[in-house]
Design a protein around this ligand. Sequence first.
Ligand code: SF4
Ligand code: SF4
Length: 55
Amino acid sequence: MAVQIDQDACIACGACADACPVDALTINEHAEVNADECIDCGSCTSTCPVDALSL
Ligand code: SF4
Ligand code: SF4
């Protein structure tokens, strides 16, 4: 598992990347997750202003 990102909803604000303790998220056109790095901690999901992240 890794966090799921709704690419249509994501506005690339970067809040989730700042919240991730293992730097699993990068922001390009949208947020992208490195599934090998994500530890499913959930820290990012509550930071997203458009609710684009889910576990
Ligand atoms: S669930 Fe945790 S480890 Fe995975 S991307 Fe979000 S903040 Fe990072
Ligand atoms: S916090 Fe939400 S809107 Fe912002 S970059 Fe992450 S997924 Fe996209």
